[in-house]
Design a protein around this ligand. Structure first.
Ligand SMILES: Cc1cc2nc3c(=O)[nH]c(=O)nc-3n(C[C@H](O)[C@H](O)[C@H](O)COP(=O)(O)O)c2cc1C
Length: 350
């Protein structure tokens, strides 16, 4: 599969997740079988571009390409400027966020709220495409199925975006109104796929190899995007890939491998965020890795009290060493009920 001139190694994508899919996590997912990753969204508000948060989000050092940056905002000219700014800082693909229930920017709702205003949505797409095309940078779009149940306009908007020059569309199978409630539906994604010539990516509630196959069959999509199920389980990409290729389940990873992966992830994480922020923001990742493990809840509670990176690393190493004395491999993943998953923070992050 291609996005513009970029050929992707496979068709399993990591979903952009603000506060989660930073460069260390994206690199880890790519190393474990994800073919493509989009960065966390960057606001189109210029006054926030110099913040530490945005500069970390614009950090792609050592990341395998293509580098895709997602932008969010409500003003066409500002979005075009944001696209150009990110291209100048290494973005090779620009993704427009019309998929996430983000907070107000400049007194207007951004993200999936744009789906309610098709004219503005299209104006933004056209402006971003106009800014990116002369630089040979493909523009992609991430959206939901619509604004609400009564107004599922994904097909209309996706068609218009394709005509305006967008080169790939991702659809999360929920409406804006649904937030993360209920189950994702795939009929609308199938309808978008049937209506477009450009690649269509299916997203929403894919949490196992079997579910991945079912979503591929239900939608005919060109690729799959996985978000929450990859939290603490970045090897899900190779598991899905193996299952799609062979029809067989890959055995769960060895505990010693997970120990190595997690410790490397932590070092990379501290290097990006520094000691103080790094230790604190690493807690959620560690919590996701251990959530399904015996003793995981108690460990998480203890670990959350540590505020020094060396102590955090030692605690993780000790926990997994001890686990390794009881089992060679990680327990097979148990699919979580969607309502037990972490919700997206309702903030537009800088
Ligand atoms: C913590 C979190 C942060 C997210 N941030 C973004 C974001 O920055 N941009 C975006 O388009 N979608 C964002 N999403 C939505 C995901 O990309 C994805 O569409 C959604 O989680 C459904 O996929 P899943 O069921 O595989 O998680 C976020 C989701 C979560 C859980």
């Amino acid at each position: 599969m291609h996005i513009g001139s970029f050929e992707l190694p496979n068709t399993l994508f990591v979903a952009p997740m603000a506060g989660v899919t930073d460069r260390p996590f994206r690199s880890l997912c790519k190393a474990l079988g994800a073919g493509y990753a989009v960065s966390e969204m960057v606001t189109s508000r210029k006054d926030l571009w110099n913040t530490l948060k945005t500069s970390r989000r614009a950090n792609h050092e050592g990341e395998a390409g293509p580098i895709a940056v997602q932008i969010a905002g409500t003003d066409a000219a500002m979005m075009a400027e944001a696209a150009a700014y990110n291209v100048d800082r290494g973005a090779q693909i620009i993704d427009i966020n019309m998929g996430c229930p983000a907070k107000k920017v400049c007194n207007k709702w951004a993200g999936s709220a744009l789906m309610q205003d098709e004219a503005l949505a299209l104006e933004i797409v056209e402006a971003v495409v106009a800014a990116c095309t002369p630089r040979s940078v493909p523009v992609t779009l991430k959206m939901r199925t619509g604004w609400c149940q009564a107004e599922k306009n994904a097909v209309t908007l996706a068609r218009a975006a394709e005509s305006a020059g967008v080169q790939m569309v991702t659809v999360h199978g929920r409406t804006r109104e649904q937030g993360y409630k209920g189950a994702a539906e795939y009929e609308t994604i199938a309808a978008v796929k049937a209506a477009l010539r450009i690649p269509v990516v299916a997203n929403g509630d894919i949490d196992s190899p079997e579910k991945a196959l079912a979503v591929l069959r239900a939608t005919g999509a060109d690729a799959l995007m996985i978000g929450r199920a990859a939290q603490g389980r970045p090897w899900i990409f190779r598991e899905i890939s193996h299952f799609l290729a062979t029809g067989e389940q890959l055995v769960p990873p060895l505990v010693v491998e997970v120990r190595r992966l997690l410790l490397e992830h932590l070092e990379d994480h501290y290097a990006l965020y520094g000691e103080y922020t790094g230790v604190r923001s690493a807690r959620k990742h560690i919590g996701w890795y251990v959530r399904a493990l015996p003793g995981g809840d108690a460990f998480r509670a203890r670990m959350n009290l540590l505020d020094d990176s060396r102590a955090q690393v030692q605690a993780v190493a000790d926990f997994l060493d001890e686990l390794g004395t009881r089992m060679d491999r990680m327990p097979a993943a148990v699919a979580e009920a969607p309502e037990d998953r972490d919700e997206e923070p309702m903030e537009l992050v800088a």
